[in-house]
Design a protein around this ligand. Structure first.
Ligand code: XUL
Ligand code: CO
Length: 443
């Protein structure tokens, strides 16, 4: 069989923090126990099929620059077969346990719905075999409801119900493929579910249409025995200037409004948080606070650039804070950490894909270790606990229990006099965090 990554002869190994080999892990050791679970169980890394195997390096100013040896074949289906082979070779050599895909990443669209479905069935059969052979698993699947010209004015939110039906048929098939391949999640990212101009848009109805598609998917899931979780992935803008799933808070409101909370969670992406002018942590905490942090798309925006650049996440602070939030909610049952990240246009060698994923896995593995240490030492937790101590006793407790009135509070406040001024100690805390990130010994 063809080897697509001849430079990487054997699976990437763990060599420890002193190694300077960019093709070895310094921190990620799949079976290392951290707080009672293995690193692999905590991190659940997934390789994103679209960026890693279908990415071309194209940007708004220029076409493809990557020459991928698997991007060849006499027919689109043959290209898909070669790509699948390359994907499983890569994922196995990297040692990531999962992958994620859009229907159109893995199988080409045909001239008719029937031909398209046959292509997908063919690839799903092959992928299933490869999963069995390699032990690689599917984390989540999704349907690409944004690339085809028919979705120019939206998929579920399209003014034309015929386009809605095309999208529905894709969701049906992508969900069935996800079930067949054992995926534990199904993602809806509302690519073109938004609007450009209100002058030609019925926003209220478009939102109802999207909810209708979600309910149809829930009904079909029941029929075909999908036991996993649906995720919505918020994004503020791109490609529309107003996306309906703007951020975690908007999306939670949408799910509540349309009675979808019990079957849906959120898939939070770092660069999408940036587009909403939030931090990644803000979005993660918003989702987690509602019990809805289901999965993460890990990446980062290029600083100072206002669009979705999907760089690989490398920042120690951000990775640590993300892992702290995941540890606090005791993990991700249905989701994981999906590398929704692409190598730069200039990183066009296939080996760059390994450098990127290895460094990304290490950044989160180290983040996990530091997060666990922060948790074990309890320093930051204690600071927050102390700060809110007043709410666990006396009047504070009564307020939260709904056992007081404005009149009682007025009397109480008057009796207490002026509240004491208490420092928030932000700089001290930032210093402590830096000690953990850069000075505390983590082995
Ligand atoms: C787009 C994006 C998608 C979703 C899956 O910004 O993040 O790749 O993750 O459709
Ligand atoms: Co994403």
């Amino acid at each position: 069989m063809t080897t697509y990554f001849p430079e990487v002869k054997k699976p990437i190994r763990y060599e420890g923090p002193d190694s300077r080999n960019p093709l070895a892990f310094k921190w990620y050791k799949a079976d290392r126990k951290v707080g009672g679970k293995t690193m692999a169980q905590h991190l659940k890394f997934a390789v994103a099929y679209w960026h890693t195997f279908k990415g071309t390096g194209a940007d708004p100013f220029g076409g493809p620059v990557y020459d991928r040896p698997w991007d060849v074949g006499a027919t689109p289906l043959e290209v898909a077969h070669n790509t699948l082979d390359a994907a499983f070779e890569f994922i196995t050599k990297l040692g990531a346990p999962y992958y994620c895909f859009h229907d159109r990443d893995i199988a080409p669209e045909g001239d008719t719905i029937n031909e398209t479905n046959r292509n997908l069935d063919d690839i799903v059969k092959r992928a299933k075999r490869k999963q069995r052979e390699t032990g690689v698993k599917l984390l989540w699947g999704t349907a690409c409801l944004f690339a085809h010209p028919r979705y120019t004015h939206g998929a579920a939110s399209n003014p034309d119900p015929h386009v809605f039906a095309m999208a529905a048929s894709q969701v049906k098939r992508a969900l069935e493929a996800t079930v067949e391949l054992g995926g534990t999640g199904y993602v809806f990212w509302g690519g073109r579910e938004g609007y450009i101009s209100l002058l030609n848009t019925n926003m209220k109805q478009e939102r109802e249409q999207i909810a209708a598609l979600f309910h149809l998917a829930v009904d079909h899931a029941k029929k075909i025995g999908f036991k996993g979780m649906f995720f919505v992935e918020p994004k503020a803008k791109e490609p529309s200037n107003h996306q309906y799933d703007f951020d975690a808070a908007h999306t939670l409101n949408f799910l509540r409004e349309f009675g979808l909370m019990d079957r849906f969670m959120l898939n939070i992406e770092a660069n999408h948080a940036t587009l909403a002018t939030h931090s990644f942590e803000h979005e993660l905490v918003t989702a987690a606070g509602a019990g809805k942090l289901g999965s993460l798309d890990i990446n980062r925006g290029e600083e100072g650039v206002g669009w979705d650049t999907d760089n690989f996440a490398m920042d120690a602070r951000s990775c640590t804070l993300a892992m702290s939030i995941i540890l606090a909610q005791r993990g991700l049952r249905y989701g994981g950490l999906n590398f929704d990240a692409k190598v730069r246009r200039g990183s066009f060698d296939t080996i760059d894909l390994f450098y990127a994923h290895v460094a990304g896995m290490d950044a989160f593995a180290r983040g996990l270790l530091v997060a666990q240490k922060l948790k074990d030492d309890g320093v930051l937790d204690q600071i927050v606990r102390d700060r809110y101590a007043g709410w666990r006793r006396g009047m504070g407790r009564k307020i939260l229990q709904g056992k007081t009135t404005l009149t009682q509070l007025e009397t109480w406040a008057a009796r207490q006099g002026e509240p004491a001024k208490v420092s928030g100690r932000q700089e001290m805390i930032e210093g402590i965090l830096n000690d953990y990130l850069y000075a505390t010994k983590i082995d």
